[in-house]
Design a protein around this ligand. Structure first.
Ligand SMILES: [Zn+2]
Length: 136
């Protein structure tokens, strides 16, 4: 005998002491709810990535484009969210968003972005190349 109730519908739980839900239906609903909650941070980031990608695509329909940072900002570009990064041999960092990428530049004290289509060589990112400190 136990006194607890089903966390989904509130019905009293009868039967095995380790029973968590009153019915298969409530267990199913609970699992879906947990899945939904767990997926939220992923969905939220995907939404931002998609928006970023669509902004880059609009600003750079083909080849290469240079735009002012304020244009990207005004369109709602979120620079905190990117899919991966790439650093050129001259240490320019490209922030990659699906099939597009941009690198920040400064031209006559104006912050701008060079936007390009993601290049094949940008797929070879090795984070271990940049280790500065070796832990014992
Ligand atoms: Zn229930």
């Amino acid at each position: 005998m136990h006194k607890s109730s089903c966390p989904i519908c509130g019905d009293k739980l009868v039967g095995r002491a380790d029973k968590k839900y009153c019915s298969d239906q409530c267990r199913y609903m609970a699992n879906n709810k947990n899945k939904f909650v767990a997926e939220q941070p992923i969905l939220e980031l995907n939404k931002i990535l998609r928006r970023n990608r669509s902004i880059l695509k609009k600003l750079c329909p083909s080849g290469k484009a240079i735009v002012r940072r304020e244009v990207m900002d005004a369109m709602g570009y979120d620079t905190n969210v990117f899919a991966s990064i790439f650093m050129t041999s001259s240490k320019e960092v490209y922030y990659i968003c699906y099939d597009y990428a941009f690198t920040p530049i400064m031209e006559q004290l104006v912050e701008k972005a060079v936007i390009v289509q993601r290049q094949h060589y940008m797929r070879s990112w090795n984070p271990w190349k940049f280790i500065k400190k070796t832990h014992p």
